[in-house]
Design a protein around this ligand. Structure first.
Ligand SMILES: [Zn+2]
Length: 51
């Protein structure tokens, strides 16, 4: 699991509660809180966004 406010690395993360996805484009990107439900927990998805 990844938490908002951290920099878990490049990739696509989905909210653990509602499934809203958020993509981090660089390793320096900070994961933000879910805009839909405000959850701070995300899991990394195995499917990367289309390049
Ligand atoms: Zn959510």
């Amino acid at each position: 699991m990844a938490r908002s406010g951290t920099k878990p690395g490049k990739g696509v993360y989905s909210c653990s509660k509602c499934g809203t996805t958020q993509s981090l484009k660089t390793a320096a990107s900070t994961l933000k809180r879910c805009p839909q439900c405000g959850s701070t927990l995300f899991r990394k998805t195995s499917a990367p966004a289309a390049a």
